[in-house]
Write a protein that binds this ligand. Sequence first.
Ligand SMILES: [Zn+2]
Length: 237
Amino acid sequence: MNVLKSFSLLFEDVLSIAFPNNCVLCHQSLFESEETICYQCIQSLPLTHYYKHIDNPTAQLFWGRCEIANCASHFFMNKHNHVHDLIHLLKYRNKRTVGVRLGKLIGTKLKSDESIFTKQDFIIPVPLHFKKERLRGYNQSFYIAKGIGAATGWNIMENNLIRQKENISQTKKTKYERWDNVDGIFKLKNSEKLADKNVLLVDDVITTGSTLEACVHALKKASGIKISIASVATAGD
Ligand SMILES: [Zn+2]
């Protein structure tokens, strides 16, 4: 990291400590009705509107790989937009409130009349490996799940789906090699708790879908489970 970049990050930290009630993106002071991100910055986030469409591009990512009830990413992310900045703040700058705020935005849409999503019994954040969570200090997906829960009233289930292996190969594989690749990454401790339940898996960014595929693979141990997926972002303009 160059000196200028380090200085600018330090400056950002000083700003957020000195002005905790300011927007994390534009640093303008927030109105009482605003939380973490100002209304204007929220308006600038490019929505996918996938939550209204069953066969949306994120859902198509899982076709022929695993059975999903409904699936939607909520914002397009690229290196030059605010979604990228928000994900960075959430994952690497300890801004957990960003996850909650984004989760609330997502939850409101999931529960709206236009949504394809039905009522969920549980929200499950994609777990991190315990070593990674210890290093970061928190699981960013948990805070997104918390926001979705606050907006929808759906319960969060933690510590039932656990991550046993740290890494997942992202390379292109055949269907059978891929199956082998995702098997055993996650483990469901108590499958009975999720039998016949509607479950919403929550992640920050969907890229190849391999991590979520591995989660679905483990969750399917619960008989009659219906799995849906919500993520903050997917690549795109
Ligand atoms: Zn702002």
